[in-house]
Design a protein around this ligand. Structure first.
Ligand code: MLT
Length: 409
């Protein structure tokens, strides 16, 4: 008799964004005449930049002739892309990361979800609360999180580090020492950041306690302020305690194209074993390499034209962030994020719960957002809006929101 992995049965409900999609579909069915504006999931809306389209076309043509055809990609990535990433994202910022410390993949979500496999099932994880659900859910699947308490919304073996307005969204060092510490900077969902000094506290703590920081830097392209690090390797000591995840989804619109990478420095050793070697073994066994066509598109992200075009794309989304941030302020809301990140985090007005506000926003304004409680217990009473919509829809959504009868009371 086959036995299933019962850890999957412990997962509460469906994945956050699947639940939202179901609710929105039901609303659309019941209200076919309403124009719904989606500012929920952080999916991009702008087309791929011309430099990327040109690279894709060129690579497709190469695949059409025997001389330039490419089969399986090297499992860790093509050297051309790994070298470019090392130079452009790290060496140019003074971080000594080598091309052979970069693992090209099909995106940061898979890597963030899979990385826990190389650690023991008894490792304790610490997460910011609220948090991107993938970090916790992938550890639930691995049987690492203990028992779920429906009342508190917490897992017994997870260390939660509340990030709320009360502590300026800066996680405090936990009382119990974790083995794995997930940090996302700029943060999804709150849109807030850590300064270099604040991140240094975590790097020192991890090194002192033999912990590993799993650092999600998917939103790095949106950093506007000087004292926010673009990579954790800007912090002295990070190479002996941190793994960094990066994505092409948010800086270059690859959500439907799929490309990302993970950095594991060779100095990162735990229990006498190189984590770089373990991940290389895992990647080689379970992954056949991101497609040649897509890695060529990734190269275009670093070309001079690509960089200029993507800078404009990021500015486009940040203009939306500004519209949302200022619009909500004008409406009298308490608002966070939106300065170094494409997410705006607002305090739900009138003492409603996050899901009550979700329903109200959909009902009164036909606007979709993401309830803060979907990201963890400390997200209750907050709500996330994304700046990844079109400019026109964003402006309209905020106009509708400002007119909501329940907000104007
Ligand atoms: C989000 O909305 O939180 C993100 O789009 C999710 C993701 O990047 O997977």
């Amino acid at each position: 008799m086959v036995k299933i992995n019962e850890n999957y049965l412990k997962l509460p409900g469906s994945y956050l964004f699947s639940t939202i999609a179901k609710k929105v579909n039901a609303y659309i069915e019941a209200n076919p005449d309403k124009k719904v504006i989606r500012l929920g999931i952080g999916d991009v809306t702008q087309p791929l930049a011309p430099a990327i389209i040109e690279a894709l076309h060129g690579a497709v043509d190469e695949m059409g002739s025997a001389e330039s055809f490419h089969g399986y990609a090297p499992d860790l990535g093509y050297a051309f892309l790994r070298e470019t990433i090392a130079n452009e994202d790290y060496i140019s910022r003074g971080c000594q990361i080598g091309a052979d410390e970069i693992f090209v993949s099909d995106g940061a979500k898979s890597d963030c979800g899979n990385i826990q496999e190389i650690f023991d099932e008894n490792c304790t994880i610490a997460v910011c609360d609220p948090v991107y659900p993938v970090y916790v859910d992938s550890n639930v699947m691995a049987g690492r999180t203990g028992v779920y308490d429906e009342v508190t919304g917490k897992w017994s073996n997870v260390i939660y580090m509340p990030c709320t307005a009360e502590n300026q969204f800066v996680p405090e060092l936990p009382e119990r020492t974790p083995d794995l510490i997930y940090l996302c900077v700029p943060n999804n969902p709150t849109g807030t950041t850590l300064t270099r000094d604040q991140l240094k506290v975590w790097v020192d703590y991890a090194n002192k306690n033999g912990a590993v920081i799993l650092y999600d830097a998917a939103y790095e392209a949106y950093i506007a302020e000087e004292d926010v690090p673009h990579t954790i390797y800007e912090i002295e000591g990070a190479k002996t305690c941190a793994i960094e995840f990066r994505s092409f989804s948010k800086n270059a619109g690859f959500t439907g194209v799929r490309l990302g990478f993970t950095v594991i420095p060779k100095e990162l050793v735990r229990g006498g074993t190189s984590l770089h070697a373990l991940w290389a073994r895992r990647h080689g066994t379970k992954f056949n390499g991101a497609p040649y066509i897509i890695q060529k598109a990734g190269m275009a992200v670093y070309s001079e034209e690509g960089k200029a075009q993507l800078k404009e794309q990021v500015a486009y989304y940040m203009r939306n962030a500004n519209v949302i941030y200022n619009g909500l302020k004008e409406a009298g809301c308490e608002v966070y994020g939106g300065v170094n990140a494409p997410y705006i985090w607002l305090k739900v007005p009138g003492g409603m719960t996050s899901w009550e506000f979700f329903d109200l926003l959909l009902e009164e304004a036909s606007v979709v957002g993401t309830p803060g409680s979907g990201f963890g217990p400390s997200g209750e009473g907050y709500f996330r809006l994304t700046a990844f919509g079109t400019y026109e829809n964003t402006v309209e959504a905020i106009e509708r929101l400002k007119k909501m009868p329940s907000l104007r009371k």
